[in-house]
Write a protein of this length. Structure first.
Length: 453
């Protein structure tokens, strides 16, 4: 039997996160104030986020930022995560490519999201915050933050996108089990929610709307901070434990990846796996390829516009420089709820703009076909989000076969799909479709953007 699994000891959990911005020749543009277009400083973010997260958000100089010991301590519940060579999948594809995956699905909540949830909850606690609020799409971020909030004794209110609240009741149960309050978004509890319910009574919700509601609650509640699970620089930073571990594990396997792949919602799991490897391109002249796999129904990196845009539907956030479909874009109700976000983070968007990373978009049915093959070969049922990375990996592996190329592919298994079985049921019942966005739809949503760049 060939070795399949590469494991690190607890001592090898990273001691510092990797801040790729410090090594980028062209830095991401700063977030700006929507009214004045002045760059946002850390102090401007203090009312909304913890100070530590705000400072990390605008840190353009330190390549490595120390992980607090209490955070590392909690990481030890499930980290380091395994790196696995997907030999059975390779065999099924009859490909000369070597396929590895980093298994972030082994966290207690089943996804990578806990890597940042723990850090952010810890910072809030340190700074004397008592209440935190957030949004969640498919529920993974909400589940992760619920666990972290409980550990640090914080009260948490989660705005959950309505379509997921209805489709994924067990994620709601998980959050409630950890003691969080879960509210279906849009809700009547905020101005932003009431407005959208009035304008569009049957609206199934979006991450953009849920963010508006959570931000509004944080701004109007004393001693309450808002915590975000993707998109922002500090979230990408926390997720780099994934890639830092994977680097050591690829070394154990005696290989370096030629291609690194992750699915893409707002960019946190992609950044987490990719940035430590990208460092080799930026610093040592390596030539690793990076592919962000996004849904065809929400193709911001492949078909969006590089422009300043709001992070939320109502326009409460600073303007973020990113590839965006426009903050009013409403993605179809695909089952990969975590990928239904209109924009990509500032760092990833800049990297894409400078051709330092690639992106592909993948139709829903192809992702479920890939997921099913992965489950039947590697034994793990992937999250519908992660299935985009698997589908992109399969495309690469089959291309390597045609070209007879010995390619080494590494992808991130960002989460498992055991709470997404409704989606699989519908796939097996031939009840799922692809949703292709027309050029007109994208043009209509991006036409509303203020042209700053
Ligand atoms: C949230 C989520 C994603 C998408 O978010 P990113 O910030 O782009 O990583 C992908 N996979 C899983 C399992 C998720 O929970």
């Amino acid at each position: 039997m060939q070795t399949k699994k590469f494991l690190l000891s607890e001592q090898e959990i990273p001691r510092a996160w990797y801040n790729v911005i410090a090594d980028m020749a062209v830095k991401p543009r700063p977030m700006i104030n929507p009214a004045t277009h002045e760059p946002i400083k850390a102090e401007d973010l203090y009312p909304l986020f913890s100070k530590a997260a705000s400072d990390q958000e605008v840190n353009y100089t330190d390549s490595f930022i120390e992980i607090p010991e209490s955070v590392r301590d909690l990481y030890r519940i499930w980290r380091p995560t395994p790196l696995v060579r997907a030999l059975a999948l390779e065999r099924a594809l009859d490909t000369p490519a070597h396929i590895y995956f980093k298994n972030e699905s082994v966290s207690p909540v089943g996804s990578h999201k806990l890597n940042s949830a723990i850090a952010q909850a810890y910072f809030c606690k340190q700074e004397g915050v008592t209440n935190i609020t957030t949004e969640t799409g498919a529920g993974q971020w909400g589940a992760a933050l619920s666990m972290a909030a409980k550990h640090f004794g914080l009260e948490l209110a989660v705005y959950m996108v309505r379509v997921s609240y209805d489709q994924k009741p067990y994620r709601r149960s998980i959050m409630q089990t950890y003691g969080a309050e879960v509210i279906s978004s849009p809700s009547m509890s905020t101005k932003a929610g009431r407005k959208i319910i009035t304008d569009r009574p049957n609206y199934s919700g979006s991450l953009g709307t849920a963010i508006s509601e959570a931000v509004e609650l944080a701004m109007s509640t004393p001693n309450c901070k808002y915590v975000l699970g993707s998109v922002l620089n500090h979230v990408a930073l926390h997720q780099t434990v994934i890639g830092l571990e994977a680097e050591k594990q690829m070394e154990m396997a005696g290989e370096m990846p030629d291609t690194v792949i992750a699915c893409f919602g707002g960019g946190s799991n992609f950044s987490g796996l990719a940035f430590p490897f990208l460092r080799h391109n930026l610093k040592d002249g390596a030539n690793i390829r990076f592919i962000a796999a996004e849904p065809s129904s929400c193709p911001k990196l492949t078909r969006g516009e590089f422009q300043y845009d709001f992070g939320d539907e109502a326009g409460y956030t600073p303007l973020i420089p990113m590839y965006t479909l426009g903050h009013t874009f409403t993605p179809a109700n695909i089952h990969a709820g975590g990928l239904r976000y209109h924009g990509g983070g500032a760092i990833v968007s800049q990297l894409k703009h400078d051709n330092l990373i690639d992106a592909v978009d993948i139709p829903q049915l192809e992702t479920f076909k890939a997921a099913t093959l992965f489950a039947r070969t590697e034994g793990i049922i992937p999250a519908p989000e992660s299935s985009h990375a698997i589908a992109a990996t399969i495309r690469e592996a089959l291309k390597a076969k045609v070209e007879g190329k010995q390619e080494v592919i590494l992808f991130n298994l960002s989460g498992h799909g055991l709470i997404d079985m409704t989606a699989y049921d519908r796939y097996f019942a031939n009840d799922l479709t692809n949703y292709d966005v027309t050029a007109d739809e994208i043009a209509a949503a991006t036409a509303q953007l203020e042209k700053i760049l």
